[in-house]
Design a protein around this ligand. Structure first.
Ligand code: ATP
Ligand code: BTN
Length: 300
């Protein structure tokens, strides 16, 4: 593991890094070359954040960055601590699903200490940060499938996972996890073939991971600071949601509900208008599964 602390002067960090054998390998995912330390490359170009990324931990391989981040949060690590891994051996999505992790992509988790009031916005905040970052670095225009799938050409290119430790009215910590397929050849992986894509595939290019990581951290930082000042990301998130207007099937606590995704409420819960007119509000944090029944938009 390599620890980067923003309180250390940059030249010292860079000297340390360039003297380490693992930092000298090519940093882009060239064929037959081990990708380099993406955190080191990101810092080399500078990182301008106030909370997110003040402390950065880099692992060549972990079980899940969520668990590494949670461990640090339980020990009271400073807010904004970021855990990045080149690969994960047991990474997860929502509801315990498996998240395919391979070297050459981006996997990170961030430790935050939100309030009960700001907590509901972390999922949308991450979605907006990821979309902005992808768009700024690649020019691609991702959309979002409620609540947490980032899509390109209707295929999943990234996912967001928020896990929080809450006792009564107190939020002990939240870990926000982000996985982005940068170089992944999704069609070669049976479990996701057909439903997933990557930035390199969608752009027919070679997206620089260090620039993308820097942009994600800076966007997260900006949005989180704004959230703490009372500005929520909901309006921007709503505009990115592909789901709105679609006819969908929702599975929730063993029951199925069919209707039109009519909108979201002020906290990002999905408003499902069922055929009998009854409207159901589903929180992003609930164990909800959503499948579009067709891709046509409904007119109201
Ligand atoms: P829903 O939550 O509405 O049921 P979902 O199928 O996207 O939708 P999630 O829990 O959000 O479920 O995401 C996990 C799913 O993402 C996995 O079941 C798998 O199908 C898919 N997946 C796993 N790894 C990747 C990856 N690297 N890229 C794209 N998709 C992936
Ligand atoms: C989803 O689409 O369900 C969310 C996927 C989140 C994957 C990221 S990769 C970094 C972090 N570590 C994990 O084990 N999961 C998240």
């Amino acid at each position: 593991m390599t620890i980067f602390n923003a309180s250390v002067r940059w030249p010292e960090i860079i000297n340390q890094l360039t003297s380490r054998p693992e930092a000298n390998v090519a940093f882009r995912n060239r064929e037959n070359a081990m990708p380099g330390n993406v955190v080191a490359e990101t810092l080399r170009g500078g990182l301008f954040t106030r909370i997110v990324g003040k402390r950065l931990l880099y692992f060549q391989e972990v079980g899940s960055t969520m668990d590494e981040a949670r461990l640090r949060a339980e020990r009271g690590t400073e807010e904004g601590t970021v855990v990045v891994a080149e690969t994960q051996t047991s990474s997860r999505g929502r509801q315990g699903r498996t998240w395919v992790s391979r070297s050459g992509n981006l996997y990170l988790s961030v430790v935050l200490y939100p309030t009960l009031q700001t907590l509901p916005f972390l999922n949308s905040l991450c979605g907006v940060a990821v979309v902005r970052a992808i768009s700024n670095i690649s020019g691609l225009k991702p959309r979002i499938k409620w609540p947490n799938d980032i899509l390109l050409d209707n295929k999943k290119v990234a996912g967001v996972l928020v896990e929080s430790a809450i006792a009564g009215e107190q939020v002990h910590n939240s870990i926000v996890g982000i996985g982005i397929n940068v170089a992944l050849d999704a069609d070669e992986i049976d479990e996701i073939a057909g439903g997933a894509t990557s930035l390199n595939h969608a752009s027919a290019g070679d997206i620089p991971r260090d620039e993308l990581l820097r942009e994600i951290l800076e966007q997260l930082d900006n949005l989180y600071i704004q959230l703490n000042h009372g500005d929520t990301p909901i309006e921007e998130w709503e505009e990115l949601l592909d789901t709105l207007g679609q006819r969908v099937r929702i599975t929730w606590r063993g029951d199925e509900f069919v209707g039109v995704a009519d909108g979201i409420d002020a906290q990002g819960s999905l408003l499902l208008r069922q055929d009998d007119g009854v409207v159901l509000a589903l929180a992003a944090g609930d164990a909800v599964s959503l499948r579009p029944l067709n891709q046509e938009r409904q007119s109201f």
